[in-house]
Write a protein that binds this ligand. Structure first.
Ligand code: FMN
Length: 206
């Protein structure tokens, strides 16, 4: 699969996981792709926790369910009705999960390029996640990013040391298919913004 095909075929997956195994070599390739991401000052501030344990996944899923309720309580009318139809995770159905973390202390005090923008470390972790996502797509796998959680809960659940932030819970595994349209667009939650609206020439144009 060429790069542009993978970029456009990639989908956030919730409902299409089959739970079938992922061969070790395939998993290694997608993690290696994540680990090849660019990072500020070459700090490589990510780690990957592979979560296969069903008990841990159940506890996380229960937490996600509660956070879903917290968000749902902020909605009313049509938005509440739409949200009720949207699945937000495949934690129990996917083959495994990969929790990607950020260590702001990686690289020591003098991370080249981070002195003015503290978030640059976090951006680096997101690039690793995107590499993983695209590599998984090229391998025919699905990935679903779950962010309905409180960081302290997840850190406690997985024994992540103080100071290291869980950035993403990624559900990973074989899928029946990848939808061609994002779930949120299909459910009328939000539509694609035209590229032309995101482009500005020289200066910000409202
Ligand atoms: C930082 C981040 C957090 C996300 N959190 C969730 C989530 O908790 N649950 C979910 O169903 N999708 C989540 N998504 C997926 C987005 O909803 C999805 O990317 C978007 O709707 C566009 O769909 P697509 O990825 O299939 O193109 C998240 C995506 C990102 C980048």
């Amino acid at each position: 699969m060429d790069l542009y095909t993978a970029i456009h075929r990639r989908r956030d997956v919730r409902a299409e996981f089959t739970g079938e195994p992922v061969p070790d070599e395939t998993l290694h390739r997608i993690l290696d792709a994540a680990h090849a991401a660019p990072s500020v000052g070459y700090s490589q501030p990510w780690d990957f926790v592979l979560v296969r344990d069903v008990g841990l996944r159940r506890r996380f899923h229960e937490h996600v369910r509660q956070e879903r309720d917290v968000f749902a309580a902020t909605l009313s009318g049509e938005a509440a009705r739409r949200f009720a139809r949207i699945k937000i995770d495949g934690v129990l159905e996917s083959t495994l999960s990969v929790v990607v973390t950020y260590d702001p202390s990686r690289g020591g005090r003098d991370v080249l390029g981070r002195h003015a923008i503290a978030d640059a470390g976090l951006y680096s972790v997101c690039l690793a996640i995107q590499n993983l996502w695209l590599a998984a797509t090229a391998e025919g796998l699905g990935v679903g990013w779950v962010s309905f959680y409180r960081e302290p809960f997840l850190a406690e659940l997985l024994g992540i040391p103080v100071g290291i932030r869980p950035v993403a819970w990624l559900c990973v595994g074989p899928v029946t298919h990848l939808e061609s349209v994002p779930d949120l667009a299909r459910h009328g939650w939000r539509q694609k913004r035209p590229l032309a609206e995101a482009l500005h020439a020289d200066r910000w144009t409202p």
